[in-house]
Design a protein around this ligand. Structure first.
Ligand code: ADP
Length: 488
């Protein structure tokens, strides 16, 4: 038995991938599902459609395969479901992480002075992103739900729990620490649901899943559901799975995912580091009794700036074209683009900031602006990395990268140049799914230890810094000036 099935349940699609022992994707199926926007700012998924799309792709990938050892799950984080223990029927649509429907619940929690308690216990800021206020919203929205939850008739789960429940035919109601640490209900230091926060949100313990280690046996798939009985042996939220899939198993290692936004996570080892710069403290994973922690931060507008230059400005016709165009000029000719479309996150935290293009002269052209757009992604990641170094107290020796925009060689080289450390890109960019496969494969003995996995995730491309310190400082101070303009 040497292949591993990874279920990658994302925000817009459900995917199933079959990985070989060598870490190669043997098969991949993907199915999109509907996004529901019942009210402005609300985003919901149909729990049955989530499940059916995941099941269809899993069955398709398993078809004709006799060599599958185990199943791993990775998932969109924080998205919240509540279902009936008796029937497995969801009582409300899945409330998606981006959804703002529980904003007023969060405002009330802040007004009650719970900000410090939430940060101390959970490593998070009070925000509608996280599951706790979404559970409260569901229990308020559905008549009779609170009483039923108190009687133990309802189950709460993030998407991993929902899939575990469905896959095991309702036998397993569980989650693991990387997902639990995004609920705003989990004490990341004690490793247990927090009674005080549960009380504040009036969420009965009876509806919570059991928290198991991220790698190890969660349950066995129901043969009537999936077509065969397979052990489910690894689970992690998508960003943590990507960190694991990148081979960032040790303290100080970090990865950056360049998608629509950029997500950075740094492994801080056994220590839960608190942040001075507004980064989140989170659990990376738990192997046996050992919990690994991470710091997490994000850039709101990453690859999205490329989409904007394509769709709104018409400067390029596809994202990949940005690479050759940026490389066709020597520099941006003094142009900086700060894509603060929705404000600026860490370390600036200015929600009033808006985008600017600075340094325009008569000589500035399309290529300069596109180059400035690409460079803005690297500068924002640079600024975030400074926060990581400060909070984690150490240097970053290299950065692992993945995500759609990490395929852009110009961007990756510029990233290495402004960071002053090598940027490493793996051969297989499916690191999130591979992370789930790796956790599952470790749990089932397909791989014996993390060292063996390292040989599987060998780098394919290395971008070494190749810029003088003087030039680096000059560019960074230009960027800082542009950020100041965006902020005023
Ligand atoms: P997500 O998971 O957030 O949908 P992906 O990892 O699929 O994102 O990456 C898509 C993003 O990457 C888009 O914002 C797109 O503009 C950007 N992108 C894709 N290819 C390139 C490229 N070659 N150069 C720059 N940006 C790119």
């Amino acid at each position: 038995m040497s292949t591993v099935l990874a279920l990658d349940q994302g925000t817009t699609s459900s995917r199933s991938l079959l990985f070989s022992r060598e870490g190669v994707v043997k098969k991949l199926l993907q199915q999109e599902f509907t996004q529901h926007y019942r009210k402005p700012g609300w985003v919901e998924h149909d729990p049955e459609e989530l499940w059916e799309s995941q099941l269809a792709t899993a069955r398709g990938v398993l078809d004709g395969e006799s060599d599958v050892a185990c199943v791993g799950i990775t998932n969109q984080r924080e998205t919240t479901l509540v279902w009936e223990r008796e029937t497995g029927r969801a009582i409300h649509p899945a409330v998606v992480w981006q959804s703002r429907q529980s904003v007023s619940i969060c405002e009330e929690l802040r007004a009650r002075g719970l900000t410090d308690l939430v940060r101390e216990r959970t490593g998070l800021v009070i925000d509608a992103y996280f599951s706790g206020s979404k559970v409260r919203h569901i229990l308020d929205a559905v008549p009779g739900a609170q009483a039923r939850a108190e009687k133990g008739e309802l189950c709460f789960g993030t998407v991993d729990s929902w899939l575990l429940w469905k896959l095991t035919g309702g036998r397993v109601h569980a989650t693991e620490p990387s997902n639990a640490s995004r609920t705003m209900l989990y004490d990341i230091h004690k490793g247990d649901w927090d009674d005080e926060l549960l009380r504040e949100l009036n969420i009965p313990r009876a509806m919570l899943p059991e928290v198991l280690p991220s790698s190890g046996l969660f349950g066995v798939t129901d043969a009537e559901v999936l077509g065969r009985a397979l052990p489910i042996t690894g689970v992690a939220g998508d960003q943590q799975a990507a960190l694991f899939g990148q081979g960032c198993h040790s303290k100080g290692q970090a990865k950056s995912t360049y998608g629509t936004g950029c997500f950075l996570l740094m492994n801080t080892g056994r220590e839960a580091k608190s942040s001075e710069s507004g980064l989140l403290t989170t659990i990376a994973w738990q192997l046996g009794d050992e919990v690994s922690y991470a710091l997490e931060g994000s850039v709101f507008v990453g690859g999205a700036v490329i989409q904007w230059m394509r769709d709104e400005l018409g400067l390029i016709s596809d994202a990949a074209e940005s690479e050759a165009l940026a490389a066709s000029v020597e520099d941006t000719n003094g142009v900086y683009l700060v894509p603060a479309f929705t404000g600026l996150g860490a370390p600036h935290w200015n929600s009033e900031a808006r985008g600017v293009i600075t340094g325009l002269t008569r000589g500035a052209g399309r290529a300069h602006i596109v180059r400035a757009g690409l460079e803005s992604i690297a500068y924002q990641v640079h600024d975030l990395v400074q926060c990581f170094k400060q909070d984690a107290g150490g240097e970053l020796s290299e950065l692992q990268v993945d995500g759609g925009a990490s395929g852009n060689d110009f961007l990756m080289q510029f990233q290495a140049d402004v960071l002053g450390v090598p940027v490493l890109r793996p051969e297989c960019l499916e690191v999130t799914a591979f992370g789930a496969a790796a956790l599952a494969g470790l749990g089932a003995g397909v791989w014996t230890d993390e060292a063996e996995l390292a040989s599987v995730t060998a780098e394919a491309a290395r971008f070494s810094p190749d810029m003088s310190e003087e030039r680096r400082q000059e560019l960074l101070s230009g960027w800082d000036r542009a950020v100041t303009r965006a902020s005023s």
